[in-house]
Design a protein around this ligand. Sequence first.
Ligand code: PLP
Length: 417
Amino acid sequence: MASPVWHPFTQHAVEPPMPTIARARGAWLETDDNRRILDAISSWWVITHGHRHKPITDAIHAEIDKLDQVIFAGLTHEPAERLAEQLIDMAPAGLAHVFFSDSGSTSVEVALKMALGYWRNIGEPRTRIAALKHGYHGDTIGTMSAGARGVFNAAYEPLLFDVVRIPFPHAGREQATLDALDSACREAPLAAFIAEPLIAGAGGMLIYGAETLAGMKRVCERHGALFIADEVMTGWGRTGTLFACEQASVTPDILCVAKGLTGGLLPLAATLATAPIFEAHYSDDRSRTLFHSSSFTANPVCCAAALANVDVWQSEPVLERIAKLADLQAGALATLAADARFENPRQLGTIAAVDLKVADGGYLASVGPALRAHFLAKGVLLRPLGNTIYVMPPYCTTAADLRLVYDAIRSAPDALA
Ligand code: PLP
């Protein structure tokens, strides 16, 4: 009988039979029939140190035996309190309050609600949102509205709100981005501008420089627009530093984190805000409350996993591992740079990407599913964005593991021919 499961971002009519994953350890997955698959995309970019990193699984076991779940309105608990303090210490200086939720999308929804709540509560209701072109912020209505429009959200278009699109700062066109943002602010006040710092992920692994990020923040400051940094993908070391904003010495007004917050082992997200944003909601007038919740907000077991992840960052040489992996990626990518079948090799920290030259590019490029099947047959989990092949592995990935990945990439054009 066909499975009743409806999978995410999956066209079941054409999807080949899916492997059943039974176990995982480090950078590797294992199927129920004992086939090993290298997780070269960190299971949708969530796994940072490796699957089942022991200090984190230990913390999960310990917390589940103490406190499983508790409502987080009107009650609090130690793992959340300690985690909030740690996040404030680790995040760019100036962020002062932490709102927990349970996915990257919800962290961004909360950010948008904080921004509009801020303006309304200080008596200057601004509602316009601007966003960088090619952005991806999630699949809820608000985050789809802020993200790029396309085949993924065409059916839901009538539900989406308008945002001002700021052109992506492609190399050589950075000033046009800054000018467009400045013009948007002058046309009518913006409540907030949202961007993925340094790299648009799902939009095609498009990289831009720290100076542009700092420039966009300066434009926002000049016009009083709140700057929302969506670090759901870039956070927790992916770009070479703990947060991408560090590379531009930028403190956003609102910072979204998720995915690697728990090392990727459990779902947890956080939206960090500056003191003025919290204070705008702090009032005897209860109508100024930040009206947002979800049942599993700040789940204690997830918070314990995140605390263990923070401890891993403080006690293990994580940044050194990241630097080593970045070097390995650079070496491997260089071999593709000289290969005429590929173009646009690019890298930011541990993230590497290259485009396979094809006649029909784009997300629905017919080559995408064929590539995925080829990689799987080679024992590598890669999930190209159309003809864009990217490698975003856990930080424990070895040189030998990476050779396997790049051998699979190099052999792809011939296999597909
Ligand atoms: N924001 C960015 C930059 C992302 O890359 C993603 C997911 O890939 C999200 C938000 C949404 O996160 P989630 O899938 O956890 O809802």
